[in-house]
Design a protein around this ligand. Structure first.
Ligand SMILES: Nc1nc2c(c(=O)[nH]1)N[C@H]1C(S)=C(S)[C@@H](COP(=O)(O)O)O[C@H]1N2
Ligand SMILES: [Mo]
Length: 220
């Protein structure tokens, strides 16, 4: 059995053709397991951009599952289909099954620094770098950081206990020595044993990017 929430935003037009309002089915088992209909965030009504007055929240799954501005929810004993689980949000390309992979569900492992791209650091000054990592397959178990473009790595200090379905905050201290351009990298590993690769396996629509990102910074 499937349930299919549908948004109240404008019909989605692709190549001049309307595909109707944004909607995407999910299995009833997932819906009953941990899915929320959210109407507040931090005790305040949902912001308009994030789905006011009510949105679906599907923990661990790709963003498209979390339909915003919910207008109606279809429940069906038969499998449901929409462009968002047939044409979009499946993996196509040479590395994937002929005709496309299964509809996307869980997110991959990802990391990001809480830092502007191209941020500036002073040589000889100690700074604390903050970041976050998250995974759709379990809690974040460890994060390793490189401040020299990927040559050497050290473990970050995790600020949150293992908690699946949410990000883990982390930090490392860095005292850059040599002026010049460099890259910061962060690589997370989750409790399911998944680690961010150096390079993501491509797919035609660019979904599920999980590679370690090279964050450019300058030391002056
Ligand atoms: N109704 C509706 N819901 C939607 C979308 C949309 O276009 N319309 N986009 C989806 C996608 S692709 C993502 S990544 C998330 C983004 O949610 P956020 O704006 O709260 O980050 O909303 C999802 N829900
Ligand atoms: Mo998205």
């Amino acid at each position: 059995m499937d349930v299919q929430p549908r948004g109240l935003d404008a019909e989605y037009v692709s190549d001049g053709e309307s595909l109707g309002r944004v909607r995407r089915p999910l299995p009833l088992a997932k819906a009953l397991h941990d899915v929320l209909l959210a109407y507040e965030m931090n005790g305040e009504p949902l912001p308009y951009d994030h789905g006011y007055p009510v949105r679906v929240l599907v923990p661990s799954w790709v963003g498209i599952a979390s339909i915003k501005w919910v207008g109606d929810i279809e429940v069906s004993a038969q499998p449901l289909f929409s462009p968002w689980n047939t044409t979009f949000y499946r993996l196509f390309g040479p590395a994937h099954p002929e005709g496309g992979g299964a509809p996307l569900t869980r997110q991959t492992v990802k990391s990001a620094f809480e830092l502007a791209s191209g941020a500036t650091f002073r040589a000889g000054e100690s700074r604390v770098l903050h970041g976050r990592s998250w995974s759709g397959a379990g809690a974040v178990a460890r994060v390793d950081v490189s401040t020299d473009g990927g040559t050497s790595w050290r473990p970050a200090r995790l600020h949150d206990g293992p908690r699946p379905g949410s990000w883990t905050r982390w930090s490392v201290t860095w005292k850059p020595r040599t002026p010049g351009a460099t890259h910061l990298l962060a690589r997370a590993t989750d409790t399911a044993g998944r680690t961010q690769p150096d390079v993501a396996v491509p797919n035609t629509q660019g979904y599920l990017f999980d590679a370690v990102v090279r964050h450019p910074v300058t030391v002056v």
